[in-house]
Design a binder for this molecule. Structure first.
Ligand SMILES: Nc1ncnc2c1ncn2[C@@H]1O[C@H](COP(=O)(O)OP(=O)(O)OP(=O)(O)O)[C@@H](O)[C@H]1O
Ligand SMILES: Nc1ncnc2c1ncn2[C@@H]1O[C@H](COP(=O)(O)OP(=O)(O)OP(=O)(O)O)[C@@H](O)[C@H]1O
Ligand SMILES: [Mg+2]
Ligand SMILES: [Mg+2]
Lengths: 259, 259
């Protein structure tokens, strides 16, 4: 049965999509079979993996609203070991479409269950969430074993964290008692910048071991890679960004061993 | 009657809040009376202007859902010429609270109308939107005269623009025929970075005069200012970030003259 990780933070632009794409690539390098679920109507993860909009026939919308089978929605990307359930802007109407459905929070969790197991064809499922705590992100948290939180090394980023922690606690109490924190990863870190150091110190002090040792530096190669429709590991394997996501994958794999 | 501008882009972390706070401060320097409406449940604009969470008694939630009067929700900030309708995380439940209300898209527009005029006590109303195209942002677009779009100089940022243009067109056709684009402002621009130059060239080619001449550079003083609860114009008046937002205000004031 696959390990399902939701990559979530309602603060916008903190590196959720960048983390999802590059962690998927780094896990695939370790021979893992990874399914990436794009749950953001912006469809940035789909674009970043090279799936052009016209090629997205069945999408996450179909998985949630139309009851499409996981096997028919998940398509192989060009990168070995990575499959994807793509997203289009249709996804933004999913919330209204299921508003009357009493099981609207469980739709993704049920869609990922195949013969009683969670996405058995895969080792990892990574869910890229939109920048809200609405029904799409709730579906991801209900479906997931754990939540990975990218935390931008900026002042506004810390402010939203307590709201996210409250939401995770609510989901644990109502729909998914096994939901845990995979961890918090500092992103866009600039060691020369006092603010980055302050945010790191603050995060490690308040959140302790939940904060990964690995820090993702601000690295222009990470923001260039999506315009070439590939993870940074393929775009510039020697970059600091690629090295950081490889280190994060090793930390996550090691955590998995200890469970 | 006030000019109402919605600061919107569903892409996260592009500089919506930073633009709203600092444009408000720059307009206030020109003697304008500015009301900032925080329509994001994260409440970053409220924090960035020094309104601590416990001091937010009446909020944008009350304006939209409880029918509170604008005069009772708008409070003076510590900065001359700037008032604010603050936000708390309650705002994230506003959408569900009004889902049955047939006028749910017009709630903010109606709340801003006092005696037949739009927020007559103010010269400008700036609305900081959350990173979605949900009901909160739709309310802002229906209430507004124009929409100002911060566009981060990054690859993913261009991808979402067409969806935003479609949404603006839909709002014009259904609820607010007078809605126009105030313009598109490039943010977090780094002249040394090829990607920034590509995004600028692409934006000016496809969007022409809609793109402001003023470009907001990436400037660490802009990201430090909120941790001191003040606009960058007060935090570091000599910074490149402050200069850029002053230039943007001058462009917007000049546009206003020509209408
Ligand atoms: N470590 C990094 N260094 C430099 N640029 C980065 C880094 N991580 C992400 N970026 C860039 O910053 C921008 C925001 O990142 P990304 O889109 O991954 O964030 P997000 O949280 O998914 O945003 P949204 O909230 O809109 O979904 C993107 O243009 C991305 O390429
Ligand atoms: N020109 C700039 N230079 C450097 N940092 C900036 C600049 N503009 C904004 N920032 C910083 O980048 C981060 C994102 O900006 P901001 O929060 O204003 O974006 P937003 O679009 O309002 O985000 P959200 O989608 O979450 O509402 C913040 O930490 C902010 O301080
Ligand atoms: Mg994203
Ligand atoms: Mg904001």
């Amino acid at each position: 049965t696959a390990r399902i990780i939701a990559i979530a933070n309602q603060k916008g632009g903190v590196g959720k999509t960048t983390t999802t794409i590059n962690l998927a690539a780094a896990l695939a390098e370790h021979g893992k079979r990874v399914l990436l679920i794009d749950l953001d109507p912006q469809g940035n993860a789909s674009t970043g993996l090279g799936l052009a909009a016209p090629d997205r026939t069945l999408t996450s919308y179909d998985l949630l609203v139309e009851g499409a089978v996981l096997g028919s929605v998940a398509v192989a990307s060009e990168f070995p070991g990575i499959w994807i359930c793509p997203a289009t802007s249709d996804l933004s109407s999913a919330e209204m479409a299921v508003i009357e459905n009493p099981r609207r929070m469980m739709l993704l969790r049920e869609a990922l269950r195949v013969g009683g197991y969670a996405a058995p064809a895969f080792d990892y499922v990574l869910i890229d969430c939109p920048p809200t705590l609405g029904l799409l992100t709730i579906n991801a948290l209900v479906a997931a074993d754990s939540v990975l939180v990218p935390l931008q090394s900026e002042f506004f980023a810390l402010e939203g964290l307590s709201q996210l922690v409250l939401t995770v606690r609510e989901v644990r109490q109502t729909a998914n008692p096994d939901l845990r924190f995979e961890g918090i990863v500092l992103t866009m870190y600039d060691g020369r910048n006092r603010l980055s150091q302050l945010v790191e110190a603050d995060a490690r002090e308040t959140l302790g071991d939940l904060v990964f040792k690995t820090i993702i530096p601000r690295n222009v190669r990470l923001s260039e890679a999506p315009s070439f429709s590939k993870p940074v590991l393929q775009y510039d394997s020697a970059s600091r960004g690629a090295a950081a996501y490889r280190a994060l994958a090793i930390e996550i794999l090691a955590l998995q061993e200890t469970r």
